[in-house]
Ligand binder design. Structure first.
Ligand code: CMP
Length: 142
């Protein structure tokens, strides 16, 4: 890989609403290349492991229950120029779509702070950890 990476998940609300293709198109139009992608339906242990840092938060159980409610699409994204993590968080907008800027992915496709269409890593370190949570080296293209 030449650029920096981030990990995103198209969440169950967006998959269920038929927005997977629209979100992938928006991501690619913004200059990211897809290094890995698959559709999975997580169980409680898998979703809880991904969101382990939030285990003590009041919203943890609801979050796990939502993330296991249907299939989702994790992807590793690479950006050739700039910082993938920071620029992707700008592209998706605020966690709560009510606060997300016009034109961002969450403004366009999210319903609420929980059903917020997409996840984006919050640091380079977490991007690597999250990418390897879902994908082996074999599943990531160079
Ligand atoms: P995400 O970026 O995937 O990381 C943690 C998720 O917890 C977040 O998106 C939200 O979907 C979800 N969440 C639910 N309630 C809250 C809350 N009150 N504050 C922050 N995140 C929340």
């Amino acid at each position: 890989m030449n650029g920096t990476i981030t990990l995103t998940i198209i969440k169950p609300d967006a998959v269920e609403n038929g927005n997977t293709g629209n979100i992938i198109a928006a991501i690619q139009a913004a200059g990211y290349s897809i290094k890995a992608m698959k559709m999975i339906h997580m169980n409680e242990r898998e979703a809880g492991g991904f969101y382990d840092v939030h285990r003590e938060r009041p919203f943890f159980n609801d979050l796990v229950s939502f993330m296991t409610s249907g299939p989702c699409v994790p992807m590793v994204l690479e950006k050739a120029d700039g910082n993938a993590v920071a620029s992707f968080r700008e592209l998706i907008g605020a966690t709560n779509p009510a606060n997300a800027a016009e034109g961002t992915i969450r403004k366009r496709f999210a319903e609420s702070i929980e059903r917020n269409a997409v996840h984006g890593s919050d640091s380079d370190e977490n991007a690597l950890r999250e990418a390897s949570y879902f994908f082996s080296n074999l599943e990531m293209v160079g």
